[in-house]
Write a protein that binds this ligand. Structure first.
Ligand SMILES: C[S@@+](CC[C@H](N)C(=O)[O-])C[C@H]1O[C@@H](n2cnc3c(N)ncnc32)[C@H](O)[C@@H]1O
Length: 617
């Protein structure tokens, strides 16, 4: 497969990815010619223009496929080859089979069905109608749905029917609306379905496989792949019927010529495990159509599996591949029939050959975890599972190898571990924070307790203070009362003093009052007038020390006598000098001052100084 023009290759990739039509394996020269023809019809100058055109006009796909997929066909195409096939090949083949055994036929690349109905006519002629209806199943497949729909109609015009010998046309076709329909009763034995020879799994256990004028559109490599699969599809001794222009250039080991000129070959048996490994041995039922559908369903289920998967035969040939496998490793259905050990995949990204051998030997499932694989720019992780497949009798049928991408789960696992670690750290931090908090809490609690105690103390102090306050208040009240009383007494005293002073001041004699120690307590105005010193100068002085005109030395005994325990009063007349220096006669009377309510206690003495009449003052 030589890439020709990168834009053309890009167009092929676009067709494959957008519509599932894989033209990569078709011969480039004729393919390009046909695409160019279609491009001319729609006015696209370059492959890029045409790719853009397809993107904008989805209907164009059908037109392109009609141009690319050449579906020229005819009843009994190459008549001679059909005669030879019938007489020289099918007759002995049918004779060799048990009378009631099923006969499975595959028309691969059947186009509008002429080849499939030709096969039906030939077999019906050989077997008879009843045996045909009972035993024969003709699977007719093509990639082109439009062609298949036409084939299902089984209705043809005059021109097509010209190729059918008249007697056969008479017996096998019924006139219908100016056209000719293949007999309904036989029609049921022909089953049409879509099958892409490049990508899809082959139908199995085939006795006769007609793949005519189809292989020639593929390049050598793709042809080889398809031939490997056709070999796989056939029973031992099954017959392959190719088109006149087709040569088996390679794979001569797979087929041996029966008649090279007519392109009829016989399958060379290979030590495959039973193909039923993948195309199961569903018991034959009356309704073979259902079986065919089920086969396709199983094949499609395998092809569409989200796991990249391949199956090996017991002798290590690639038996099936699927889309994920192609996507991941580029191993395609073209590799079917190749020895697994020849594929890069057998040792990259992991050495799988020994796992396959071990799984087969030990008859147990083996897992290879954490296989790193570079997918484009991306590094991914795979888990590979190698499973031996055993038949009901315990014999080894083959091995499946499944590749599961575990990048996301591995990353998740890693992230989970990280998250767990972070969680643990956070938990430890939380715990220590908790412990700190607990400590702080205890400290706070004890502080609270202390505060409570202080509060209680303060409260009791407060209560005490309140009590003291109350006491003080009452003391205060009492003091206030006393004060009031004192005030009142003071006022009385002031009054009495005032009165006394008035009395003393009004007296014509000088008066001095002394305390028991003879210190002057009172000194009236007349005494001031007589002797000179003012009351303020005298009060507090010792009377006998006063420096006045009185002969004090004479007064001392008198005073003492008057103040003696039995003293009642003494009088003495003395000569004195008044403040003006005049000599005067003074009669001094000393009277003790006793307290009547105090047990006659001596309070002092009253000294009255009266100037005699002979001498004026
Ligand atoms: C020229 S016709 C042959 C019809 C018939 N076999 C015959 O010989 O008269 C080729 C057919 O092969 C079909 N074809 C092309 N590519 C195919 C593919 N990858 N898988 C199956 N059929 C394919 C085309 O759709 C077309 O119908």
């Amino acid at each position: 497969m030589q890439p020709t023009d990168p834009h053309f290759e890009a167009l092929l990739i676009y067709l494959k990815e957008s519509r599932g039509f894989d033209f990569m394996g078709y011969k480039r020269s004729s393919l390009m010619r046909r695409v160019n023809r279609r491009m001319g019809q729609v006015g696209a100058a370059t492959f890029q223009d045409y790719t853009d055109y397809l993107q904008v006009h989805p209907d164009e796909f059908a037109a392109l496929f009609n141009t690319v997929l050449i579906n020229v066909t005819a009843f009994f195409r190459d008549t001679d080859a059909w005669s030879y096939l019938s007489k020289e090949v099918l007759e002995p083949l049918l004779a060799a089979k048990p009378d009631d055994s099923p006969i499975r036929v595959w028309s691969a690349g059947c186009a509008s069905g002429e080849e499939a109905y030709t096969l039906a006519i030939v077999l019906a002629e050989l077997l008879g109608l009843e045996a045909f209806k009972e035993r024969v199943k003709i699977y007719a497949t093509d990639i082109d749905e439009e062609q298949l729909n036409e084939a299902r109609q089984a209705t043809y015009g005059d021109r097509e029917l010209e190729a059918v010998p008249p007697d056969l046309a008479e017996r096998y076709f019924e006139a219908s609306n100016g056209r000719f329909a293949f007999r309904k009763d036989l029609r049921r034995s022909v089953i049409f379905g879509r099958n892409d020879l490049v990508r899809d799994a082959p139908i199995s256990r085939i006795d006769l496989l007609a793949c005519r004028n189809t292989l020639m559109y593929f390049n050598a490599e793709t042809q080889a792949t398809i031939l490997g699969r056709l070999h796989f599809a056939l029973r031992d001794e099954g017959v392959l019927f190719l088109g006149k222009a087709e040569m088996l250039l390679s794979h001569t080991t797979l087929f041996s010529p029966v008649d090279l000129k007519r392109r009829i070959f016989r399958r060379v048996p290979r030590p495959y495990a039973r193909p039923g490994l993948t195309f199961t041995d569903t018991p034959e039922t009356d309704n073979q159509a259902i079986t065919g559908e089920l086969d396709r369903l199983r094949d499609e289920a395998f092809a569409a599996s989200p796991l990249a998967q391949l199956t090996l035969t017991s002798d290590g040939q690639v038996a099936t591949t699927n889309r994920q496998l192609e996507k991941l490793f580029g191993v395609t259905s073209r590799d079917i029939g190749r020895p697994f050990r020849d594929l890069d995949l057998s040792f990259r990204p992991v050495e799988l050959r020994r796992y396959v051998e071990q799984a087969q030997l030990e008859r147990r499932v083996l897992r290879v975890a954490d296989v790193d694989f570079q997918r484009g720019a991306e590094q991914i992780s795979l888990e590979v599972q190698v499973t031996p497949l055993a038949g009901a009798d315990g014999s080894l049928l083959g091995t499946t190898i499944a590749f599961q991408e575990v990048t996301a789960s591995r990353r998740l696992k890693y992230e989970l571990e990280q998250a767990n670690q972070q969680l643990e750290t956070a938990y430890e931090e939380l715990q220590s924070t908790n412990e700190e908090l607990e400590t702080t809490n205890e400290e706070l609690q004890s502080t609270v307790e202390e505060l409570e105690t202080t509060n209680e103390e303060l409260q009791s102090t407060n209560e005490e203070l309140e009590t003291m306050n109350e006491e003080l208040q009452s003391t205060n009240d009492e003091l206030q009362n006393i004060n009031d009383q004192l005030h009142a007494s003071g006022a009385q005293l002031d009054q009495a003093n005032g009165f006394l002073e008035t009395v003393l001041a009004s007296m014509e004699a000088g008066v001095a009052v002394v305390d028991p120690d003879l210190r002057v307590r009172m000194w009236n105005r007349r005494a001031e007038d007589l002797w000179g010193p003012r009351s303020t100068e005298v009060v507090g002085q010792h009377f006998l020390n006063l420096d006045i005109g009185l002969p004090i030395e004479r007064l001392g005994p008198v005073l003492r006598a008057a103040m003696g325990p039995d003293g009642t009063g003494e009088e003495v007349a003395v000569e004195a000098v008044n403040r003006r220096g005049r000599t005067i006669n003074v009669r001094v009377a000393c009277t003790p001052l006793r307290r009547r309510d105090g047990g006659n206690r001596l309070e002092g003495a009253i000294i009255v100084m009266e100037v005699g009449s002979a001498e004026p003052v």
